[in-house]
Write a protein that binds this ligand. Sequence first.
Ligand SMILES: *Cc1c(COP(=O)(O)O)cnc(C)c1O
Length: 232
Amino acid sequence: MSYKPTSLADRLSILNQRIHDAEQRFGRVTGSVRLLAVGKTREAADLRVLASLGQKAFGENYLQEARFKMAALEDLSLCWHYIGRIQSNKTAQLAAQFDWIHSIDRLEIAQRLSEQRPHDVEPLNLCLQVNLDNETSKGGIPLPQVPQLAMEIAELPRLRLRGLMSVPRPETEFDAQRQQFTRLRHSLEDLNPLGLHLDTLSMGMSHDMEAAIAEGATIIRIGTALFGPRQR
Ligand SMILES: *Cc1c(COP(=O)(O)O)cnc(C)c1O
């Protein structure tokens, strides 16, 4: 590709076009894939530019960094998703500050969030993080543990269990990427007959978003393709 997008506005519109094209190509309903802009290591000013262009959902991995940006962008009405590792002594802040948490992998964390979610706001949206390859360096539960944890979390007040999230092992081939996402989709499809009402597959990053969309992603989490390479 000879044309290199230079501005955030260019990158956002190229990305939205890629999402639209993938929806068409894989028979997805137009608008059924939502873009989560992953802002880790990026400046609040860049998030503000994206917000002015209509991008309102932001994902953050680090609580302190997120709180700093939330304060800087307080005048905007944004939707904040937490996608990082969760420390149990930070759940009160997570419960108070975020709209969504994608990285739930323990009942104890969900119980704390349920107790700590303020009463005057909407229930906290949750996804269970699945570790598809049992990589020890990564968060998430193995696939076979998903139904049990999902059923337990679905009982908790002030939470709304929405679906599953994963960060699969990086693959370069489309078919290999797609196979991993198929496993997550099947797992979600097995949950709703148990009486759950899940509508979210949070999967797909800059390098594998098309494969994720092909397999039913409803939220793709994009950093690099939007902001450029991370400096740290
Ligand atoms: C950083 C990150 C992303 C975005 O990754 P890119 O490859 O930069 O698009 C998505 N999900 C999680 C959990 C991340 O930590």
